[in-house]
Design a protein around this ligand. Structure first.
Ligand code: GCW
Length: 678
């Protein structure tokens, strides 16, 4: 097969498309669709591409490439030369999947587009699809498709479950460029185009990443990422002017502080002309921020935006701002309200190169939360949706928990702002209000472990986030199956078993952990394993208020914290009323007696018992399902997953028994099926 890469700008330029342009004769004669595809391709924008295969006999088979312009085409099946004219024998060479003389074209208006088109082709081949009928026209739905690392310079990873960092050790860069190269290729293969390389909690060493002490290393990383069209971002410390610059203040309105950031930014751009920008966690969980100086978040973000603006950089400012020192006796403060209360009033006040990064839910990446009401509530602000790929609260990559179905639900959620259909995916992408700089960012789940993600099956989450950020309408099942084929090959039984295990895993995990949207119930600090009261009398603001009568947080307007009022009317009313609130979020919004009857017909207490018995059984069944694959894959792959599934099943029992016993003892209500509760 001749595979042709046509850098479109050598044939046409955006200026002469679609009005008048001419394609060279050699191209149109061998490529019947050329005119249509060029039009389509230009419409896909910078990162899009057109992939097209057409069979032999449909085009001129002459070997005359006379007049074929130098450097407009490359035969990528030949690795010895990048830039020469194909010979007749090369361009008609065959593969197993296409007929003699068929051709395949990757058409894009930029090198990035060619890159993504190439990965599309590899994915197509890797999932066993025939080449000869391939037609694909694609562009990313989201401009920014980003991974945030929470790696620290000492080599640890905050919430990392796949070994140490491969970026840092002992307060220096590992300089493991080979691994980084592999990493960049993996990222690009699923469409990521941005990477923030250090934890949003910026400690002493990382504060200096924007100084000459570390910029040479940072720039080397950027050089590798650039080959795969990935822009590098850095998390910065809001107090850097003091901690790195020796100033006496970090007040965003102070002239010396503003100048310090301007110079720091200019210096960063001397090393990396295409540097993406700064990611900032400010006034959150003990990090410094503008509040110290009586300023607001717009003051803080805009100060950094002004420093980056001359260089084309951006500020990504996180909305994860809440009081982590509240008094558990105070029932009026509701952590869920915090992001909206802090940021919504600032809509319209942020500079154009500021994006607000908003966690998917109002709390913190629980297995079940409603969508953050901030989406849709800031129509004049660039917004970035933040997901967490690393499984902090969803089994820490010791349990299998395929998160794509959860992300899909969030992306598809209709915020109904302005009484119109306004799903989160259109707000994240910016398409709803024609905003250019929007997208999806996610906390990564990789580390130095050989399989990247600790649990092999956790790779599917990383892969899945990339695929969703490119095209949010891709089905969770399609993504799971694709990933399984790309990793394990084409054995149907293997692929189908893994696909269904992945698809079932989220509800299994939800079944045996905290019920009905209440969240938490984990051990404080490390967040692994059950502890119903772990955060009940703590300053972090995460409570369930269970007593002998009932459980749940009243967030209604009439009797609760009023959180429901942060949603557009349709959603507000649905959540506010006990009758219409969906079961799976009931305890997030309402405090109810254990005898309250759900829409499912069960009481709350019986639902807790049933789901926990069922979840632990399902976790045990995962082992049996996996065992059917023994001998059908490399032993090392088989065993590493088998070991984790065994641990998960044991741990699911612990969850079951802790949760069931706790609520049995609180409520005194027996299980109708009389199963063992301790
Ligand atoms: O999910 C919580 C984590 C913190 C994290 C914080 C954040 C990086 O428990 O470890 O800090 O959120 O998102 O900033």
């Amino acid at each position: 097969t001749g595979i042709w890469l046509i850098p479109l700008h050598t044939i046409v330029t955006p200026a002469n498309v679609p009005d008048t342009y001419e394609l060279p004769e050699w191209l149109t004669s061998m490529y019947p669709q050329a005119h249509d595809d060029v039009q389509q391709c230009m419409a896909q924008g910078e990162e899009g591409y057109v992939l097209r295969a057409w069979p032999a006999g449909n085009q001129s088979t002459s070997n005359s490439h006379t007049g074929y312009p130098h450097s407009t085409a490359t035969l990528i099946s030949d690795t010895s030369s990048d830039d020469r004219h194909p010979t007749a024998s090369e361009s008609s060479s065959t593969t197993n999947t296409t007929s003699n003389g068929s051709r395949l074209i990757i058409l894009a208006s930029s090198p990035e587009g060619v890159l993504y088109g190439t990965f599309h082709l590899l994915r197509h081949m890797g999932t066993g699809q025939p080449l000869d009928q391939l037609t694909a026209i694609s562009r990313p739905a989201n401009r920014l498709r980003m991974i945030d690392h929470w790696d620290n310079a000492d080599g640890s990873i905050e919430r990392g479950y796949a070994g140490q960092s491969f970026l840092y050790e002992n307060n220096a860069f590992t300089r493991d460029w080979d691994r980084l190269h592999d990493y960049a290729r993996l990222l690009a293969s699923t469409g990521f185009n941005a990477l923030s390389i250090n934890n949003v909690n910026v400690h002493a060493t990382e504060t200096l990443f924007i100084t000459d002490a570390f910029l040479p290393d940072v720039a080397e990383i950027a050089n590798i990422l650039r080959k795969y069209a990935i822009r590098l971002y850095l998390s910065v410390n809001f107090a850097a002017p003091m901690e790195a610059g020796g100033l006496s203040t970090a007040d965003p309105l102070d002239e010396a502080v503003r100048r310090w950031w301007q110079e720091a930014a200019a210096n960063v751009y001397r090393y990396m002309p295409d540097f993406g920008g700064f990611l900032v966690k400010a006034d959150s969980e003990n990090r410094p921020g503008p509040f110290t100086y009586g300023r607001d978040h717009a003051d803080g973000a805009n100060m950094l935006a002004a420093a980056l603006e001359p260089h084309g950089g951006q500020v990504i400012w996180r909305c994860f701002v809440y009081n982590c020192k509240q008094d558990w006796r105070d029932r009026t403060t509701d952590r869920a309200r915090a992001a909206y209360d802090h940021f919504q009033p600032l809509d319209g006040k942020f500079a154009d190169n500021v994006m607000l990064q908003i966690k998917n839910g109002p709390l913190d990446f629980q297995v079940r939360e409603p969508v953050s009401p901030l989406f849709g509530a800031m129509q004049q602000t660039h917004q970035l949706l933040e997901f967490q790929i690393t499984q902090e609260y969803t089994g820490q990559q010791r349990h299998v928990c395929y998160l794509v179905p959860q992300w899909k639900e969030i992306l598809d959620f209709d915020t109904a702002v302005n009484d119109r259909f306004a799903p989160v995916k259109q707000i994240a992408s910016g398409s709803i209000w024609q905003r250019e700089w929007n997208g999806i960012a996610a906390v990564g789940n990789v580390g130095a472990d050989g399989n990247w993600t600790g649990h092999l099956l956790a790779q599917a989450n990383w892969y899945g986030l990339g695929r969703l950020a490119w095209e949010p309408d891709t089905r969770a099942e399609t993504i799971a199956r694709e990933w399984a084929m790309l990793v394990f090959g084409m054995d149907t039984e293997v692929v189908e078993t893994i696909t269904t295990m992945l698809l079932d895993s989220l509800s299994i995990y939800e079944n045996y952990t905290s019920p009905l949207g209440i969240g938490w119930m984990v051990n404080p600090n490390h967040h692994y394993g059950p502890n119903v009261d772990g955060y009940e009398y703590s300053p972090w603001g995460t409570y369930h208020y269970a007593d002998h009568m009932g459980i749940g947080v009243d967030r209604t307007i009439a009797t609760g914290t009023g959180y429901t009022a942060q949603y557009a009317p349709i959603n507000r009313d649905r959540y506010d009323s006990l009758e219409s609130c969906p079961d799976e979020l009931l305890l997030f919004f309402h405090h109810v007696p254990y005898t309250h009857v759900l829409h499912s017909g069960k009481t709350v207490i019986q639902h807790i018992y049933d789901t926990h018995f069922e979840g632990a059984e399902q976790a045990a069944e995962l082992i049996a399902r996996w065992q059917t694959l023994e001998g059908r894959m490399a032993l090392g792959l088989y065993t590493q997953v088998a070991e984790r599934l065994a641990e998960q099943a044991e741990h699911a029992k612990e969850w079951r028994d802790v949760i069931n016993s706790y609520f049995y003892r609180k409520s005194g209500i027996a299980d109708v099926q009389g199963r063992v509760i301790y």
